[in-house]
Design a protein around this ligand. Structure first.
Ligand code: NDP
Length: 285
């Protein structure tokens, strides 16, 4: 069987073109993306810079702000600023309490990485919500490649608030039969082998080997791990590819699509702000 390679770079390029057109339609000064980060974290600084570059490529303005003190005041100011469409807290944040306080104060309408408890609750209830970008990128890939999930047995490995749980909720909303696995799962291989679609977000390099995948399964690997001086996924790509029907590579699978999902949700927010301003101007005139 020839495995189908699910190329995230291709999907990201398509999304980039679409978002560029949508930003152009917003006029000269569309509302911007604010990225709040911990100044002491090199990883957060790099993530913020990559998000800024990605925003720039679709013509969206962005601003990376170091949150030193007065975190909640900063978020309150961004919430109230109509020229800000989206607020993202760049991970990691050294002080977990400060991170939580920041996130909890974000206006859910500007929470374009689906980090607030309000958006998590809405997603869990099956209501419209902003969603964590990595989880959303799994759905974007599924849709881009026409992968059927309704009625299918989908197994998600991982239950974190950023990937596993939201992806399971998104799949449930698309009528998949979802099984969520974690460290206490008694026989992980028995579960994953039965998956028609397998989504892995465990943070363990090459956790999923050939013996854990059913023939012809669709395998989506969210993992980004440094191992032996390179980036590898949570799936042993070389071992699993000959068995799977379709598989995402790492790098080049979910990774390139994730920033596009932050941007897509920012553009959605910007469009809402733009329409509200236009309606307001109309009612005043
Ligand atoms: P977390 O460490 O927060 O969660 C990992 C989850 O996997 C936990 O629920 C854990 O179970 C489960 N798990 C870990 N080991 C095993 C195991 N041996 N068997 C079964 N379940 C296991 O990680 P994240 O969700 O934040 O990230 C997951 C992966 O996705 C990482 O590789 C990360 O780098 C990547 N990632 C990729 C992004 C992207 O843009 N593509 C963005 C964010 C993350 P338990 O709950 O029981 O501890």
């Amino acid at each position: 069987m020839t495995v189908r390679l699910l190329d995230g770079r291709e999907v990201a390029a398509h999304l980039r073109r679409d978002l560029t057109t949508r930003v152009e339609r917003l006029g000269d000064a569309p509302p911007r993306l604010a990225i709040v980060r911990d100044g002491s974290s090199e990883a957060a600084t790099m993530y913020a810079a990559s998000l800024e570059r990605a925003a720039g490529r679709i013509g969206l303005r962005s601003e990376s702000i170091v949150a030193d003190a007065g975190h909640t005041e900063l978020v309150a100011r961004l919430n109230a600023d109509p020229s800000v469409a989206g607020i993202v807290v760049a991970w990691p944040f050294a002080d977990a309490d400060a991170d939580r306080a920041l996130v909890e104060h974000i206006d859910p309408a500007k929470d374009v990485d689906g980090a607030t408890p309000t958006n998590a609750g809405r997603l869990a209830r099956g209501e419209p919500a902003f969603v964590p970008a990595t989880a959303l990128s799994v759905i974007a890939m599924i849709e881009a490649f026409g992968i059927e999930v309704a009625g299918q047995r989908v197994v998600v490995v991982g239950r974190s608030a950023v990937v596993g749980r939201p992806v399971a909720n998104l799949l449930l909303a698309r009528d998949a039969t979802v099984v969520i696995c974690h460290r206490a799962t008694r026989d992980l291989a028995a579960e994953t082998r039965r998956a028609e679609v397998l989504v892995v977000a465990a943070g363990v390099p090459r956790l999923i080997g050939a013996e854990m995948v059913g023939r012809g399964a669709v395998v989506i690997d969210c993992g980004i791990n440094a191992a032996e001086g390179r980036v590898v996924g949570d799936v042993d790509f070389d071992a699993v590819a000959p068995i799977a029907g379709a598989i995402t590579p790492v790098p080049g699978g979910i990774g390139p699509v994730t920033p596009m999902m932050v941007l897509r949700q920012t553009v959605e927010s910007a469009e809402r702000i733009h329409s509200a301003a236009a309606a307001n101007a109309g009612s005043v005139a």
